[in-house]
Design a protein around this ligand. Structure first.
Ligand SMILES: NC(=O)C1=CN([C@@H]2O[C@H](COP(=O)(O)OP(=O)(O)OC[C@H]3O[C@@H](n4cnc5c(N)ncnc54)[C@H](O)[C@@H]3O)[C@@H](O)[C@H]2O)C=CC1
Ligand SMILES: O=C(CO)COP(=O)(O)O
Length: 332
């Protein structure tokens, strides 16, 4: 059935999801804060900055009026950088953020508050159902209609199944899951590990190092997840190890690319600027570091990444410290 969906954000992932939803027959509106960009997208039907070369279907509406964009919406799809979500939701009149189904497609943790996106949505909206759309899904491959499998995590089974139907297509397979916290944590924290994988590649370490990072990375992600009430099984799924694999291995990943540049000697600011799109792993490193301290969860890779980003620690020395920690059993 045709649904009315408004996207908050139209960068590379927003554009890709708007295109997919429109091609699935839904009525899609995209809110962007920049009026000039709305005009360009409306007339040129191409997102030159974030997804050049992709033709945007004619029936997608772009607007810079946030309340107007939500008047008829049944579903709200959040696709803005995580650190901006709260301020975006605050701009919406209360009547338009009440009793809606809110789907989050962003992957990060809010700095300062340590909130997951589900917490932000709970605090900034009223009586809404929250779902998290997450998993290994590089926007450039989705717009090229390459096979992709993803998860929708939602505690409300009916809403989960509606969202599954809404996104499913011949090249986009959607699974459901009811572990929202686990799915959100997997999506957010894999960005930190991918940044680390990029650094490892950037300084010239090999595949052994990257495999170790990925494997020990998912272990510490699961450790934090367990402390926060998530189901450990979720971390073996698409939103966990699945997304970790693609983000650490894809040359399209912005987190991997930013890490690679840092490994080559650029500062985090220069690397983020060069990538030119959101690098969620940087801000999420700070939030995850605070969370691990608060919950007393051992997260050596997150600590190392914090040291690199916050204290400009030397990369090789940091890796040495990681390797020479106390001997351990291979356990969660
Ligand atoms: N690109 C991808 O392949 C995927 C991205 N994601 C996630 O989706 C989220 C968005 O990522 P992308 O679209 O790729 O990022 P992007 O950097 O391509 O685009 C970000 C969008 O947010 C807008 N924006 C930035 N600051 C804003 C503010 N203060 N208020 C309102 N809008 C603002 C930008 O104008 C742009 O439209 C991230 O959390 C990312 O981790 C998830 C899966 C795949
Ligand atoms: O989340 C993603 C793939 O699932 C996209 O990762 P990047 O933000 O690193 O490009």
């Amino acid at each position: 059935m045709k649904k009315r969906i408004t996207l908050l954000g139209g960068g590379s992932w927003g554009t890709a999801l708007a295109k997919l939803l429109s091609e699935n027959g839904h009525m899609v509106t995209v809110w962007l804060r920049d009026e000039e960009q709305c005009r360009e997208l409306t007339t040129e039907r191409e997102n030159k900055k974030y997804l050049p070369g992709v033709i945007i279907p004619d029936n997608i509406v772009f607007t810079s009026q946030i309340n107007e964009s939500l008047k008829d919406a049944e579903y709200i799809l959040i696709v803005t950088p995580t650190q901006k979500i709260r301020s975006v939701l605050k701009q919406i009149n209360s009547e338009y953020k009440k009793n809606k189904i809110i789907i989050n497609a962003s992957k990060g943790i809010e700095m300062g508050t340590m909130c997951l996106v589900s917490d932000i949505v709970r605090e900034e909206t009223e009586d809404c159902i929250f779902a998290d759309l997450t998993g290994p899904s590089i926007a450039k491959e989705v717009v090229a209609k390459m096979p992709t499998a993803i998860t929708v995590a939602c505690e409300d089974k009916k809403a989960a199944s509606e969202i599954q139907d809404m996104f499913m297509s011949s090249y986009f397979r959607v699974y459901t899951n009811d572990d929202v916290v686990g799915a959100e944590l997997g999506g957010a924290l894999k960005n930190i590990i991918a940044l680390g994988a990029g650094i490892s590649d950037g300084i010239g370490y090999g595949d052994n190092a990257k495999a170790a990072l990925m494997n020990r990375g998912i272990v510490e992600i699961a450790r934090l997840g367990i402390a926060m009430g998530a189901d450990v099984e979720t971390f073996f799924g698409l939103s966990g190890i699945g997304d970790l694999m693609v983000t650490c291995m894809s040359k399209f990943s912005r987190n991997w690319n930013a890490g690679y540049l840092i490994g080559q000697g650029y500062s985090k600011e220069e690397a983020a600027k060069k990538v030119g799109m959101v690098v969620e792993g940087i801000s999420t490193t700070y939030a995850a570091y605070e969370l691990s301290k608060k919950l007393n969860v051992e997260m050596p890779i997150v600590n190392a990444m914090y040291d690199l980003l916050q204290n400009n620690a030397d990369v090789k020395e940091t890796v040495n410290k990681l390797m020479l920690r106390d001997k351990k059993e291979e356990k969660l």
